[in-house]
Every structure is written in structure tokens, then in C-alpha cells.
Write a new protein. Structure first.
Ligand code: SAH
Length: 343
């Protein structure tokens, strides 16, 4: 398979092809705004330029392997094949008033959080900016989009802040005014707490949101759930987050996957409140999406609601994510895993 141009800004396209800047911009628009699948559709380019493009490049490189749709909620999950044969997942989540696209940042993941399906298969490689952006382009073609602007979350497979440079570049491509022009506030990057990545992310002058997968606010438990905590303690994480907020003034979100009898008690709530002191942080509670062979259970709905209500009563902005894709293996890494098993 040939190369693509979807990972380049307009000026970079112009430089690479040795054409005028305005032509780079035209190509960028065709790829990102009009989302064409064929160089011949780029009607404002000269025939010669179209021929050069056809000879040397592919418009896109990601190909659909399998798509699953939840009958109940309409959530769709796609398994896409990359040019080297590896596969990644991305998800289109339908909410009452918005659509969210969930993108992967790596093939597999090295962090091995003990409740997550992605880590089970280990880490293969980072995704390039074009491979990240093309997941969004693929989902945006879906009829369910109906021309609406989506929210984008980097909550698929992988640890985005272990691939920070490519993730940042992909965000710039998604935000570009000549392309999709997605607003910074509609984009969230989720990290298990990779401190170097958080510092790099903080240097960007933008309003892109940062979510931290906390799941526990004492070191013993967090080290069991998120082994990265053995490298960076909760205290180090907090120092980095305080600096991030002092620099950027931006609010963060703590993610908390609720695991039955593990991190869903009043005590867990108290520890979270203690840890949160001094930080501007909302909390996103996620009922655990069951993964076969993992030794966890989903917290009962009344316990999930009680955890949320405690937060709300304490004046903390909190949401309890409504489970949207259990019937389609929508938890990170699950579709790829079941697909690998049936192959
Ligand atoms: N590596 C990034 C992105 C992971 S996916 C990170 O750790 O933030 C986004 C969120 O889903 C993370 O908070 C992750 O811990 C959580 N998650 C992973 N598997 C899950 C599952 N089976 N059920 C519920 N949440 C899960």
C-alpha cells in the first residue's frame, strides 16, 4: 500500500509535493473537510497533479474489518486494519444530544491496567497521526453523523501520553480550520498518569481537555489497578497536576471505573475527596464493562448512583456514564480481542 497525506498539515503537503501553498490547502480540504475517497474527485486540481497523486499515494489507508452495532443504544464499534496488517478499534457513541468519537492512540497498550482488555494482548506500536485522524474520518462518514460536529475522546486502545507527539499532531489536524475545525473544548485526552506526557501536553496553548484515569486514591490499591502507579506515585501525579493547573488554568476530569467491592465504597469516596483537595477536578464515573477472564465485577447500579450522589452533595461536578456498549464488547480492546480469538 502507498503512503497517505492525511497526517500532514496543508503547508507540509505543499512542501512534500513541491506544489504551491494554496494547492496544499486544496488537497487538505478535500481530504479532511470533504472527506473524498478518490483523487479524481479533487476537481479543482490540475489533471497532472491528480495523476501524480494517484501514482504515488493512497487517499486513505485504514480499511474496515468488522463493524458492530449495539441494538439498544446505537453505539457502533469499528475494527480497522492498518497498512501493515495490525488492527485498531474506534467507537461512535450516540448520546441524547451529542455524538462522541472514541479513538485509539496505540496498537495494544503497555500499561496493563488489571481491569482493561487492551493490556492483555500487550503493546505492539504507536499509531501515526494519519492513523489516528483516519479513525475519525472513517466514523464521520457514518450516516448517524447527520452533519453534526462530534466530541472526540482519546479513550480507545493505548496510552495517548506515551505517544504524545503523534497525538498532539493528530489533534492539530482535527482542529484545523481548513479541515474538520473541531473545537478544542470538544476534544479530550485520557491518560493513566504518564507525567512526562502531561508536561508536554501542558505546553500547548489550547483548551483541549485532560482526563486522568484515577480509579483509586490510595497507592496500594491504585498500584494494583494501574501498575503505572508503581512508577509515579499518587503524590507525584498530584504535584504534576497542580503545576498543570497553575500553568494552564484548565479544569481536569478524574475518571473512576467502578469495580464491585474494590473502589466503590464510602471510604474510596473519602480518599478521592482528600486527594482532590486543591485541584479543580470533575469526576466521571464509569461502571466497569465486563471483560472475560478478568477477576472483577460491575458495581451494582445503586452503589454507582450512591457514589455519584456523594460527590454531587459535596459540590463536585460528577457524571455517571450510562453504559452504552456492553452488548458489542465496547470496552477498550475487547473487539480486537474477540476478533483475534475467532480468527
Ligand atoms: N490509557 C488511557 C486511555 C484508556 S481508555 C487511560 O488510561 O486513561 C479510557 C478509560 O476507560 C480509562 O479510564 C480506562 O481505565 C477505562 N477502562 C478501561 N477498560 C475498562 C472497562 N473494561 N470498563 C470500564 N472502564 C474501562
Amino acid at each position: 500500500m502507498g503512503q497517505t497525506l492525511t497526517g500532514l498539515m496543508a503547508v507540509e503537503i505543499a512542501e512534500k509535493l513541491g506544489v504551491k501553498p494554496f494547492q496544499g490547502k486544496q488537497i487538505f480540504k478535500w481530504l479532511h473537510l470533504k472527506m473524498v475517497r478518490d483523487f479524481d474527485a479533487m476537481t479543482d486540481l490540475s489533471k497532472a497533479l491528480r495523476e501524480t497523486l494517484k501514482e504515488n499515494y493512497e487517499v486513505r489507508q485504514l480499511a474496515l474489518v468488522e463493524m458492530e452495532q449495539s441494538e439498544r443504544t446505537g453505539t457502533k464499534k469499528a475494527l480497522l486494519r492498518l497498512a501493515d496488517g495490525e488492527t485498531v478499534e474506534c467507537v461512535l457513541i450516540r448520546g441524547a444530544d451529542r455524538i462522541t468519537l472514541c479513538l485509539s492512540s496505540q496498537v495494544g497498550c503497555a500499561l496493563k491496567c488489571t481491569f482493561c482488555a487492551t493490556g492483555l494482548a500487550g503493546f505492539t506500536r504507536d499509531l501515526t497521526p494519519d492513523e489516528i485522524v483516519e479513525q475519525a474520518l472513517f466514523l464521520l462518514e457514518d450516516e448517524d453523523m447527520e452533519g453534526r460536529t462530534p466530541n472526540i475522546v482519546y479513550m480507545g486502545m493505548g496510552e495517548p501520553l506515551r505517544n504524545t507527539e503523534n497525538v498532539i499532531k493528530s489533534i492539530k489536524l482535527l482542529m484545523d480550520k481548513n479541515g474538520l475545525g473541531i473545537g478544542a473544548r470538544k476534544i479530550s485526552v485520557s491518560t493513566a498518569g504518564e507525567l512526562k506526557g502531561i508536561r508536554l501536553f501542558a505546553q500547548e496553548d489550547w483548551q483541549v481537555r485532560l482526563s486522568i484515569s484515577l480509579h483509586a486514591a490510595n497507592d496500594d490499591l491504585r498500584s494494583k489497578l494501574v501498575p503505572l502507579n508503581r512508577k509515579y506515585s499518587l503524590e507525584q501525579l498530584k504535584e504534576t497536576l497542580l503545576a498543570y493547573q497553575a500553568d494552564s488554568g484548565r479544569q481536569i476530569t478524574f475518571e473512576w471505573t467502578l469495580l464491585d467491592g474494590v473502589n466503590d465504597s464510602k471510604r474510596d469516596f473519602d480518599e478521592l475527596m482528600e486527594y482532590r483537595k486543591g485541584l479543580k477536578a470533575s469526576v466521571n464515573l464509569i461502571p466497569w464493562n465486563p471483560v472475560a477472564d478478568l477477576p472483577y465485577g460491575t458495581s451494582r447500579p445503586d452503589k454507582c448512583e450512591a457514589f455519584r450522589d456523594r460527590l454531587l452533595e459535596a459540590g463536585v461536578q460528577a457524571t455517571l456514564r450510562v453504559e452504552k456498549g456492553r452488548d458489542i464488547d465496547a470496552a477498550c480492546g475487547q473487539l480486537r480481542r474477540t476478533h483475534a480469538a475467532v480468527k
